[in-house]
Every structure is written in C-alpha cells, then in structure tokens.
Design a protein around this ligand. Structure first.
Ligand code: COA
Length: 254
C-alpha cells in the first residue's frame, strides 16, 4: 500500500490504510502554531470528514515537541491588527470533526497543544511529555471550549490548577486526570498511536460514527463556549498585560 503525502506550510499530511496522519512540523519553534498551520490542519480535518476512505485521524507533532501553543509573535501582531479567523476556524472544525481522532503527544504540549486534546478521542503520550496551559499568566483566558471540557473531564479542582493557575501536568498526572489513555517511551509514541488508529479504523464504520456522536452529544454547547471564550480572548489580546507578556517572551534571553 502506498502513502499519499501532502506537505503544506509546516504541516505534513499522510494517508495510509484508512488512517490520515496530520503532523505539525515546525520543530525549530517547538511546533508553535502559525496561522498557516491552523489553516493546513483545518483543511486536512475537513477533507477527512468528506473522504470515506479515511476512518481515523492521528494528530502528531515532532519528537520532543507536540505543540508549544499559538505562535506568540502572531498573538502580538493580532493584538495590534485584530484576531485572525484561522485559529477560530481550526477550533470549530476540530470540535465538529466526524472522524475519530488519536493524538500522539511525543513531548511538550502547551496552550492549544493541550486544549486540542480535549477534542481527541484517544491520546498517547511520551513518559516525558508535559502539559501546560499558561493562558492566564499571559493575560489571556483558556480557549477551545476547555473552560467547559476540562472541568467535565478532570473535575473542577484539577481543571482550575491546570487552566487558571497554569500548573503543569506530567504525562502520568495527565493520564490520571483522564486526558491521556496510554503513556509510553517517547520513541514508541507514533507506533502506539498508529496501532490505536488502525484498531479504530478496522471497527464497523457506522457503529463508531453513531456511538461517537452520541458520546460527544454536546457540540452546540461546545460551539457556544468556543464563541464565548473567543469574544473575551479577543478583548484580552489587546490588553497591556497580554502585550507585555508577549513582548517579554519574544525578548527573553535563554
Ligand atoms: N511562539 C513563538 N515561538 C515559540 C513558541 C511560541 N509559542 N514556543 C517556542 N518558540 C520558539 C522559541 O522562541 C525559540 O525560538 P528561537 O530559537 O528562535 O529563539 C524556539 O521556539 C525554541 O524554544 P525554546 O524556548 O528555546 O525551547 P525550550 O525547550 O527551552 O522551551 C517552551 C520550550 C515551549 C517551554 C518555551 O519555548 C515556551 O514557554 N514557549 C511559549 C509557550 C506559550 O506560552 N505558548 C502560548 C500558550 S497560550
């Protein structure tokens, strides 16, 4: 069986045996997401919805870095020029994706790199992966309907510590909190994620689709939450607190 490969701006999409892998591929920036990357992932997710041959999607990153969140330079630009709609489209598309999604978290996950996991159906993480959402420390608020989904998934106390206090979770803690299914050695993450995706792809298509839709029966509430979060997020992006946090990150010395 040959693979179909599509390479976009820092996103590589590979189709093989009913499984589509969408790989964020900007390792030199720890996979911080640019607007073009949001666009590429959104396209790849939408196509998977309309392609019957695709039965499961893997969202993967680079070794050591699943995703460092939104590009902070883009946040700073947005604080001056207005929020680009591509991040918002990505979140809506992710929430509504009809194909089961497996995440292969090979290393650090920050910001949207964590909150996108609440929309995935099965998550494999490297033992050394970390999960951090520093939104509030950056003068922002959490997004991707995480203010709804995190308390549902992990309970209010753990969600507050992660989302509001910005305390990191280790892979073991993320598993304990119900965000991660399986923790493996970093070198095994992609292989174990592929196995899980192939297992899902081999199940009866209709049963998976219907049961999954019933299990995730709150799409309207999720969409409302994404919109509500976005409207506060937009306001906060332009705040002096957020702008100085972005500038401090971009000017930091290593
Ligand atoms: N936006 C823009 N650039 C980012 C980035 C982001 N979110 N995350 C990492 N990078 C860049 C760094 O600026 C650095 O670029 P440089 O080599 O040109 O200086 C490169 O990626 C490597 O990052 P570095 O900080 O050297 O790696 P690290 O392993 O020491 O730390 C992180 C990794 C992810 C912990 C750290 O980069 C970080 O805190 N990033 C910001 C995460 C964030 O706040 N995201 C927004 C969430 S809402």
């Amino acid at each position: 069986m040959t693979d179909d490969v599509l390479v976009m701006d820092h996103v590589v999409v590979t189709d093989h045996g009913g499984v589509r892998t969408i790989r964020m591929n900007r390792p030199e920036k720890k996979n911080a997401l640019t607007r073009a990357m949001y666009d590429g992932i959104t396209r790849a997710l939408r196509e998977s919805d309309s392609d019957d041959a695709i039965r499961c999607v893997i969202i993967a990153g680079a070794p050591g870095a699943f995703c460092a969140g939104n590009d902070i330079g883009d946040f700073l630009n947005a604080s001056e020029g207005g929020l680009d709609p591509r991040g918002h489209s990505f979140l809506k598309t992710l929430a509504a994706c009809q194909k089961p999604m497996v995440a292969a978290v090979g290393g650090l996950a920050v910001g949207v790199g964590v909150t996108m996991l609440f929309h995935c159906d099965h998550v494999i993480a490297a033992a050394n992966a970390t999960f951090t959402t520093p939104f509030v420390k950056l003068g922002l608020i959490p997004e991707a309907a995480s203010t709804l989904l995190a308390p549902m998934r992990m309970g209010y106390a753990r969600a507050f510590s992660l989302l509001i206090m910005g305390r990191p979770l280790s892979a073991a803690e993320a598993k304990d909190a119900g965000i991660v299914n399986t923790v493996v050695d970093a070198a095994q993450v992609d292989g174990v994620a592929l196995q899980a995706a192939q297992e899902i792809a081999a199940l009866p298509r209709g049963g998976v689709a219907v049961a999954r839709r019933l299990m995730r029966g709150h799409l309207e509430a999720v969409n409302r939450q994404i919109d509500a979060e976005s409207s506060h997020f937009k306001d906060l992006l332009g705040s002096e607190e957020a702008r100085s946090a972005f500038k401090a990150f971009l000017a930091r010395k290593k």
